[in-house]
Design a protein around this ligand. Structure first.
Ligand SMILES: C[S@@+](CC[C@H](N)C(=O)[O-])C[C@H]1O[C@@H](n2cnc3c(N)ncnc32)[C@H](O)[C@@H]1O
Length: 268
């Protein structure tokens, strides 16, 4: 994962914590683990979603895995300070494509913004199914990067966005995987599959949220600037212009920001 798009800097780790809080309502409004005692979280990052899962489901015991040790140590530190998490979670370094768990160990699974980064989402879903008991729910939240819309037209933002998505594809990730979740789940034998497109759409009816989202979006896009610069996919000028154009959009009273992602739920 040395070419992981967002990198593992402390800014990125803070960004993940902020992102999870800001998007909590949209992501969790259709998630229900209230009758589940043992959930596997795949690709937990810095524990941002782990904290939310433990807070929202006080009966739940959480087993979280991530490929990166730096993320895991931040996650452990983050959860350690929260009394309601005490004794209710374990976090291990593991590759989602080769889960080191036995069959039917868990009663549910949660995956958020991780399948987009793995070379084989099918393999991950096959592994997740193997370690879940029959009838267990799985919730998957994923990107659909072709849905991004911004007005006024911002040419450097688009140029950078193309480079961002191309780089992810070159690294064997998939910036459009959200749209494929139904097919992927079906291919791995999941049942009762439901997919829901969720949309963040902001215009002059909700200027405060629009400003907040454009600023969040700028951080998300620029989290990849180091790696995109390193690989010559964008120039320093492109990065500066992305910053400028998104600041201009933020100040424009007629601006429109729109992005859709997919949430799938299914059962084993
Ligand atoms: C964008 S972060 C999302 C973290 C968390 N789910 C959240 O929503 O805050 C993606 C995480 O997936 C992890 N990851 C990527 N490939 C993985 C793999 N094959 N197995 C386990 N974790 C992986 C990365 O290390 C990173 O921490």
């Amino acid at each position: 994962m040395s070419n992981y798009l967002h990198g593992y800097s402390s800014e990125e780790q803070k960004r993940l914590l902020y992102q999870a809080k800001m998007t909590e309502n949209t992501i969790y409004q259709d998630v229900d683990f209230s009758n589940i005692k043992d959930v596997l979280e795949v690709g937990c990052g810095v524990g941002a979603q782990s904290e939310i899962l433990l807070r929202r489901y006080p009966e739940l015991k959480l087993t979280s895995i991530d490929l990166n040790e730096a993320q895991i140590s931040v996650a452990k530190e983050y959860l350690k300070g929260k009394s309601y998490c005490d004794g209710r979670y374990e976090i291990s370094k593991m590759n989602a494509e080769f889960l080191d768990f036995g069959e039917t160990e868990f009663g549910g699974a949660f995956l958020c913004w991780v399948l987009e980064h793995v070379p084989s989402p099918k393999k991950v879903l096959s592994e997740v199914r193997r370690v879940l008991r029959p009838g267990s729910p799985v919730y998957i939240t994923e990107v659909m990067n072709s849905s991004f819309f911004l007005d006024p037209y911002s040419p450097h933002v688009w140029k950078y966005w193309m480079a961002f998505n191309d780089f992810q594809l070159e690294q064997a990730g998939d910036p459009f995987v959200g749209a494929k979740l139904g097919n992927l789940l079906l291919s791995q034998g999941y049942k009762n599959i439901h997919t829901k497109v969720k949309n963040w759409h902001f215009d002059k009816r909700n200027p405060q949220n629009r400003t907040r989202f454009v600023s969040y979006w700028k951080d998300l896009m620029l989290s990849a600037s180091d790696i995109l610069l390193k690989h010559g996919c964008v120039s320093e000028e492109d990065v500066e212009m992305v910053n400028k154009e998104l600041n201009d959009v933020s100040r424009n009273p007629d601006a429109v920001f729109s992005y859709s992602f997919m949430q799938a739920q299914a059962e084993t």
